[in-house]
Design a protein around this ligand. Sequence first.
Ligand SMILES: NC(=O)c1ccc[n+]([C@@H]2O[C@H](COP(=O)([O-])OP(=O)(O)OC[C@H]3O[C@@H](n4cnc5c(N)ncnc54)[C@H](OP(=O)(O)O)[C@@H]3O)[C@@H](O)[C@H]2O)c1
Length: 350
Amino acid sequence: MNDNRIPVGILGATGMVGQQFVTFLQNHPWFEIAWLGASDRSAGKPYCEATSWRLDGAMPTGVERLVVQECKPANAPRLMFSSMDASVATEIEREFAKAGHVIVSNSRNHRMEPDVPLLIPEVNPDHLKIIPHQQRLRGWKGQIATNPNCSTIVLALALAPLKQFGIQRVVATTMQAISGAGYPGVASMDINANVIPFIGNEEEKMQQETQKILGDFAGDRLLPLSAKVSAHCNRVPVVDGHTVTVSVEFDRKPSQDEIIRALVNYRSVPQERKLPSAPPQPIIYMEEKDRPQPRRDAERERGMAVFVGRMRECPVLDYKFVALGHNTIRGAAGAAVLNAELMYAEGLLD
Ligand SMILES: NC(=O)c1ccc[n+]([C@@H]2O[C@H](COP(=O)([O-])OP(=O)(O)OC[C@H]3O[C@@H](n4cnc5c(N)ncnc54)[C@H](OP(=O)(O)O)[C@@H]3O)[C@@H](O)[C@H]2O)c1
């Protein structure tokens, strides 16, 4: 282990995603948890008392005795992961960025702001170039970068290798795990043996975020992809792992072989730079006719890969397939940690 690890803090450390951060950052080769923050209900208590641990396995030992702080910039490390309740994230994240902190956020609050990167390190690492513009515009010494919504990341990562064929129209239907709603989430009386065909604002987020992520950096702006994206979002009785069925139409329809090869061979900056949390293969194409499945596949590759299968012709658009990703790892904490690794590798934490 490197003794010169960078101290990091977690805003919203007691919540579901906060707990994923704590777990995911255990034994990280570059980052070391030095500071934990939450609401004033938790501040002043040791982490083990402030937190109802909801993940499998015991709370990691290194953090148990850390005293939870109020989410105020004083004494916090420069690099801060954020997973605060969305009702408070806007102001607190801005306050930290203004005070010189690098905020790597999971919350939806700043994702669609034009000068804030909505980052998937494999897909749009160049969008980090908007940061100097953000700092100039807002007069900040610090900065905010965000990761996408947990279902968007599955769709956008699966579509990224196909951008070369000119994506025109996308129809995506999700089957989203209950852990995506935080704790306690959906009432068991509602979700047991049932499907709920509504998740507030989720369809709009998926549509707009996908266009932003797959768009281009144009000097001082991020231009969204002009493709039309239509999302149908459903909550299903699955614990972890969001499944998305996708139909897509292209400018230039590739052969089925070409499209599968593009997915299988997809590698990008995190793999080239060997970022510690990067999966060796960001997309794993499964040949089995009934895969991927959330219970069997979501946890593989430390929850950081997106699994794609069932590529076939679509009689309405060009092709259809299924994609799966771990919603609280690749869709939340793991995504943010990979973002911070890229920012570090790009010198943005100097
Ligand atoms: N669950 C997912 O799969 C998922 C995926 C992607 C993104 N997200 C986003 O990540 C964020 C956290 O989600 P979650 O499921 O982890 O929620 P959660 O379990 O409800 O946790 C919320 C966290 O925010 C803290 N908090 C609440 N009020 C605060 C305040 N006034 N000041 C400072 N901290 C405060 C809470 O601290 P206390 O314990 O002290 O109340 C807790 O640590 C949300 O913005 C959510 O939209 C969630």
